[in-house]
Design a protein around this ligand. Structure first.
Ligand SMILES: [Fe+2]
Length: 620
């Protein structure tokens, strides 16, 4: 068996059984720790793996999805920056004595020329867990590329990766042919389109590595013309004398000031007042970024960044989305000239941007598009494992991540024990009854929580940890946003019955969107005739981010959506992630009951049980 791991934000563990061609487990640490985009070695996910999937002695190889070549002065500082979780980082921020000691030790070690490589620390930590298998380190973008190609249904594909930065690069382009990946080109971190987008998110006051999607959602409300010209100075890409020239001043600023790999102590001194007032690592990091990019962009937008009117924020987002698309599509066009294929496979955090993905499918020469469902750094664990699984094969043997339901699952007996222990009344029911109850509730305008089977890998809820609602109700988005404490401008997405997909969506290439739309990773134009009939899942620009629901992927969810179609004539339901404000997707039954207890849903399907809001004890 192969154990894939990633350690940076979105720390994740993945287990492949290469003999059986199966993904046995893939899940991010955040689901267990309940801290979004959790950092460090995924100890809790590994504990689950060792207990329920495979003990450390059954692991034949450990594949890490980054090179871990970074060097630091001291062990303590290297661990703090890379290998510990948010809870430990917060401890350092709260204890200024401990923080001063670790920073002083690092400065002293550097002064005397001592250094330690992160890789040695990683090996020591994994050995301490009882993992005696060989540990292989993979380049960050090779792992992203592997997740895109081996997860895709394509035998041949142009494979592209873009992210903020990883292992010194911000993007790459590969030829995937007959089970082999050949690297054609790499982009340096200073050319990063991802860091540009991240800088705009920081300027607008959103959390980086987490809320970039809010920039995309907001963009649909704005006019790009107001700021686009000014922003092109900060990001543009064009061909000059046969060479690709990329300028990303935001990336240069980020790398020179805030890189984890290049810590400048004189600059750290200027942050001292902010650090003294901080209690937690992540808000501090976001405040630092915001200050940097408010200074950087303030003059362009004519606002100081402290209080930005909605209309200005929307115009900034719209301009940023346009400039970002222009530059990224220019680079993709160049990559197409290196290797022509009608199939394109994508991975890397940049491809969480569903509007960009739609533009890429629209490019001449592209007929089919796949976006890996764990497109962010959670995909590095899967990608590294798949790279090793395929290294000794002559064809693309493993089926890849054909289905994303690879996280923890809870049998009905375990769910019943939880309900009984909490004293929560529930009704056991068979699938037909549960589906009928859910459809009746949706028709009556009620909000339904759906918790069944193994949890989804990646950022999207695909029917195993989902909240469902009626897409026909135009007032629902406002009501649901209020109940879930989410931003009012964020759209909701539809889970679409496979046989209704062609009816609801339009455009010359919608058929080629199937590989991506199975995982809700692309925006598509909703047929104008349908926009008024399913207003709760259509964004202000007439697009939606669909999930195609197929019977072979999930029979229960498929039957539920089909029954809703029979009852209403609508071939989709609203599907959003089951979580409370800013929390990760729910993981265990108690997390789902917590969502019900807080009033986010009216009733909850919990495995083979129906639980209603009024029946849950308030002590959850
Ligand atoms: Fe990445």
């Amino acid at each position: 068996m192969i154990l894939g791991l990633s350690f940076s934000h979105n720390a994740t563990a993945c287990v492949l059984d290469e003999q059986a061609d199966r993904v046995l487990f893939c899940c991010s640490e955040e689901r267990f720790s309940r801290r979004k985009n959790e950092w460090g070695i995924p100890y809790r996910a590994l504990e689950y793996v060792f207990r329920h999937v495979a003990g450390p002695e059954r692991i034949g190889i450990v594949a890490v999805g980054e090179s871990c070549r970074m060097r630091y002065g001291s062990h303590e500082f290297a661990e703090l920056m890379n290998l510990v979780d948010y809870g430990v980082k917060d401890g350092y921020i709260r204890s200024k004595t401990r923080l001063s000691q670790v920073v002083f030790k690092e400065a002293l070690a550097r002064t005397f020329g001592r250094s330690v490589e992160l890789r040695a620390l990683v090996i020591a930590r994994l050995r301490a867990l009882g993992l005696s298998a060989p540990i292989e380190f993979t380049d960050h973008h090779a792992a992203h590329a592997s997740s895109a190609y081996y997860g895709s249904p394509f035998d041949e594909a142009l494979v592209i990766t873009f992210d903020g930065e990883g292992d010194g690069l911000s993007g790459s382009c590969w030829a995937g042919k007959a089970g082999r990946l050949e690297r054609l080109e790499s982009l340096p971190e200073v050319a990063s389109v991802g860091l540009f987008y991240k800088s705009i998110a920081a300027f607008l006051g959103f959390k980086v590595n987490q809320q970039e999607g809010k920039v995309t959602g907001l963009a649909a409300y704005g006019d790009p013309k107001r700021f686009a010209e000014g922003l092109r100075r900060f990001l543009h890409a064009e061909m000059q004398d046969g060479r690709l020239n990329i300028v990303s001043e935001a990336a240069e600023r980020h790398m020179s000031r805030l890189s984890r790999r290049k810590v400048y102590f004189l600059r750290l001194l200027s942050y001292i007042p902010m650090v003294l007032g901080a209690r937690e690592w992540e808000p501090l990091f976001n405040r630092l970024l915001r200050r940097e990019f408010c200074d950087f962009y303030g003059g362009v937008f004519g606002v100081d960044g402290e209080s930005i009117p909605f209309s200005v924020a929307a115009d900034v987002a719209a301009a940023a989305q346009q400039v970002f698309e222009e530059a990224t599509l220019a680079i993709v066009g160049h990559f197409q000239s290196r290797f022509a294929s009608k199939n394109v496979a994508l991975a890397g955090g940049v491809f969480a941007n569903v509007r960009l993905n739609q533009r890429i499918l629209d490019l001449p020469g592209v007929e089919n598009l796949y976006v890996h469902p764990g497109m962010g750094d959670e995909g590095l664990a899967f990608g590294a494992a798949m790279l090793h699984a395929n290294a000794s094969r002559q064809d693309k043997g493993l089926a890849g991540l054909d289905c994303v339901f690879a996280g923890p699952m809870y049998e009905d007996a375990a769910i019943r024990s939880t309900l009984d222990a909490l004293g929560a009344p529930y009704t056991p029911a068979d699938d037909d009854v549960l589906i009928e109850q859910a459809v009746q509730a949706l028709q009556a305008g009620r909000i339904v929580g759906l918790f069944r089977g193994a949890s989804e890998y990646g950022p999207r809820a695909l029917g195993h940890r989902s909240i469902l609602a009626n897409p026909a109700d135009p007032d629902l988005p406002a009501r649901l946003n209020e109940r879930l404490h989410r931003s009012t401008f964020m759209p909701f997405a539809p889970a679409v019955l496979a046989e209704c997909f062609d009816t609801l969506f339009t455009g010359p290439k919608y058929a080629g969107a199937h590989p991506a739309a199975r995982f809700m990773t692309i925006a598509l134009d909703v047929d104008p005739a349908w926009r008024g009939r399913i207003p709760a899942v259509v964004h202000v620009d007439g697009t939606a981010r669909p999930q195609i629901v197929r019977e072979e992927d999930d029979s229960f969810f498929y039957r539920l959506v089909r029954r809703f179609h029979e009852a209403t004539g609508l071939g989709c339901v609203l599907n959003t992630s089951m979580n409370l404000h800013e929390e990760p997707l729910v993981n265990a039954p108690t997390d789902a009951l917590h969502v019900l207890d807080r009033g986010a849903v009216d009733l909850l399907i919990l495995g083979g049980h129906l639980v209603t809001g009024s029946s849950v004890p308030s002590r959850l």
